[in-house]
Design a protein around this ligand. Sequence first.
Ligand code: URA
Length: 255
Amino acid sequence: MDNVYHLDLNAKNIQGAKIALLPGDPFRSQVIAESISKVYETDNEKLAWKREFCTYLAEAHGQKILVTSTGIGGPSASIAIDELAQLGVHTFIRVGTTGAIQEFIDIGDVIITSGAVRLDGASTHYAPLEYPAVAHYEIINYLIEGAKNAGVKYHVGITASSDTFYQGEERDDSFRKYTLRKFQGITKELQALHVLNYEMEASTVLALTASMGLKGGCITGVINKRGMEKITEQYLTSGESNVIKAAIVSLTYLK
Ligand code: URA
């Protein structure tokens, strides 16, 4: 049986898994798999690690769950989704980290994305820009239940997905102290449009899954917010641990 090229997985070793959790960070795959094992009292195993794609197979409620890292940004996320879909996965949930841009959101809160502003390029290779990057309604509901039952404060709304962390998210601390005109003022405009947060993969995950007839969702933990740009170890731990808790409880509902 041939392995898919980038993920180095095949239909046999994923053992019929239909659901994939997608962190960005390859080191987070193991953390998530071990947390699933702890909560559901099941085993997990590492299946592959090639480039940024690290995959574990875990189990929750008698269902096989893949945890595959996407790396940062749309291009590598599109590879992970395309290859997992080739192997029969139908549900894709990004479990990541994010920067909030609304005042009422705090570090450690989680954001459940209902739809994403497509500031990326990769998703346009799968569906034209007019196509909405929306989460599957069932997944949104499951993630809400997961956050509620995990006791994690959550917000549901629109996310902006950028191709770049510095320029595209209008960061003053970019090495180049100049921001392209097209990004100057973008944060203020997104805030006025009630966008909740910036991250870098949701639009790819949601546009690809919706347009290919698959189910997609995105939940992210807040690790910084506008005006508090420095990502400290404490902020990272708080955003990461809460998003993992909520995502794992939501597995109770997923089929
Ligand atoms: N990821 C992003 O893309 N931006 C942030 O501010 C934090 C995480």
